[in-house]
Design a protein. Structure first.
Length: 164
């Protein structure tokens, strides 16, 4: 079982930037795409603490560690987060396969994950699953992407932003 940390965050506009699998690389295109969001969520495999510093310069940051974040600097970063963004329950976990079932029963409406490097937005059983893909080094022929989560009404929406 993955240990989770809980945070409540009030948002005015409901625009959240999503990033994952940076593996130590912060692309200028990613920073430009995330400008103007109220919060950035990093879904793991950060790579270096400098990545967090760059993202925090744009907006408040909520981050989890991924399976590659094993260096001493990452020890204090949680493996998973439960966020309450206004009235929306959001679970952040690096590998979506580590999730337990019955998410709506525990108030989770959105799941943000990384790990696969494959960007996706899928709704299953009234839960929005978002993987912003990888904003770090290109893996195979997968695109380099970030995501945007929109919580401006009762129905959360998300989009993938292709950087390269």
């Amino acid at each position: 079982m993955v240990a989770r940390k809980q945070r409540r965050i009030a948002l005015e506009q409901g625009r959240i930037g999503l990033i994952s699998d940076t593996h130590g690389l912060v692309r200028p295109e990613a920073l430009a795409a995330l400008k103007g969001v109220e919060l950035i969520v990093h879904a793991g495999d950060i790579g270096k603490p400098e990545v967090l510093d760059c993202l925090q310069a744009i907006a408040p940051l909520a981050a989890i560690k991924g399976n590659n974040d094993i260096a001493p600097w990452a020890r204090q970063i949680p493996e998973a987060l439960d966020l309450r963004l206004n009235d929306t329950g959001v679970r952040v976990i690096h590998n979506v396969h580590d999730l337990q079932n019955k998410l709506p029963a525990v108030g989770v409406q959105v799941v943000i994950s990384g790990h696969s490097h494959k960007p996706s937005v899928v709704r299953r059983d009234n839960v929005l699953f978002v993987n912003p893909g990888s904003a770090g080094p290109r893996r195979f022929k997968l695109p380099v992407t970030v995501g945007l989560l929109l919580l401006q009404n009762a129905d959360p929406q998300a989009e993938i932003i292709c950087l390269l």
